[in-house]
Design a protein around this ligand. Structure first.
Ligand code: ATP
Length: 348
């Protein structure tokens, strides 16, 4: 990370009729970081991103991207690359020809454009497919072409909404490699995801969103650093039972460790291991095993977002489905939103 904030929001909020999609969030995305915006369906990730790139207007609060306040239509597209909705390309044109069109829209032509196109296609692993028609591309290849488009003008910040959604495992690996490559060259990457392992693998920092609110933020390792579990194993079930009574009397949460009746799970921080070992030793009990059980980000995520069912309409409708309904005239549609037409980096 190189200092300063690439994205900063203050009490940023968006309401669609009765739905509070984003309920006043403060984000601070350091320059040069890969920042994961994690949350279940309907948490408000896409709505936040659409505000950040100026596609829709916040109901209240503010956002600054690369130091400039965001206003609808006033975003400095020269410094940002974004893949917000799945872009449409001309199917009968090659990947390179599609990019050439968009480069021309950005005012870049000639050999300068050719160099950038070759570079963007190489960095997304599409070099060998440069001259193939996009109509024959797989979903993963189209998504990588969208990334190539987003990085065509060598932006300092790339914003990606669920970049691996709908991809097969091969496509996921390729898109992740592209993101890692972007980060390596100093580009700030802000990506939304509900795939926990993705965020854990790719991101330096994470904000977890639930019901439009940030419920946790920090490095993935920090989020995992809550109260943990220690597995304490003994040579016999009798010893484990004596230890269970002793530790329970000391106020610790102790449960059997799965099917093994000679092992216990003790709910304490990993750093409490030596305290437990001393306590047991003082009672003449010597555990054969004392192992911190790493919490999975999955468990932490579920715990943090437990009460955050999608707020769509209470009928299980996904956020995207209810968005579609809204777009086609539903009551909660925001006229502001309906009029917002992606431009610049968002081919239709
Ligand atoms: P997903 O992962 O399912 O895409 P998300 O975290 O991106 O979810 P959003 O798409 O931002 O969530 O939706 C947040 C809430 O706002 C949802 O309840 C959704 O139905 C609602 N919403 C989003 N856009 C609109 C709209 N244009 N009109 C009405 N409601 C909307």
């Amino acid at each position: 990370m190189t200092g300063g904030l690439a994205i900063e929001t203050s009490a940023l909020a968006k309401r669609f009729g009765a739905v509070e999609a984003v309920a006043g969030i403060d984000l601070a995305v350091p320059t040069g970081s890969v920042f994961g915006f994690l949350g279940p369906n309907g948490a408000g990730k896409t709505t936040t991103i659409r505000m950040l790139v100026g596609l829709i207007r916040p109901t209240s609060g503010s956002a600054a991207v690369l130091g400039n306040p965001v206003r609808p239509g006033g975003v400095d597209l020269a410094s940002i690359g974004a893949v917000v909705e799945r872009p449409a390309f001309y199917p009968y044109l090659s990947a390179a020809a599609n990019l050439r069109l968009f480069a021309a829209l950005q005012g870049v032509g000639g050999s300068g454009a050719d160099r950038r196109i070759a570079d963007a296609l190489d960095r997304t692993g599409l070099g060998p497919a440069a001259n193939r028609k996009v109509g024959g591309f797989s979903t993963g290849m189209r998504q990588r072409l969208a990334l190539a488009l987003a990085m065509l003008h060598r932006p300092r910040l790339v914003i990606l909404d669920e970049p691996t959604n709908g991809l097969d495992p091969g496509g996921v690996v390729e898109v992740r490699a592209t993101i890692t490559e972007l980060a390596r060259t100093g580009t700030t990457v802000f990506l939304s995801s509900h795939v926990l392992s993705e965020v854990e693998q790719l991101c330096d920092l994470v904000a977890v969103l639930a019901r439009g609110r940030v419920v946790a933020s920090g490095a993935p390792a920090e989020l995992l650093d809550g109260p943990g579990l220690l597995r304490v194993g003994f040579d016999s079930a009798a010893e484990a039972e004596t230890a269970r009574r002793l530790l329970t009397d000391d106020g610790m949460a102790v449960t059997p460790a799965g099917a093994d009746d000679a092992a216990l799970s003790v709910g304490v921080a990993a750093s409490d291991g030596s305290r437990i070992a001393r306590r047991l030793a003082a009672a003449g009990l010597f555990p054969a095993e004392l192992t911190p059980v790493r919490q999975s980000l999955e468990a932490v995520f579920l715990e943090l977002t437990r009460d955050a069912a999608p707020q769509a309409s209470g009928d299980g409708t996904s956020a995207s489905a209810s968005r579609e309904a809204a777009r086609s005239g539903g009551e909660t549609a925001d006229p502001d939103d309906r009029d917002a037409t992606p431009s610049g980096n968002w081919p239709r």
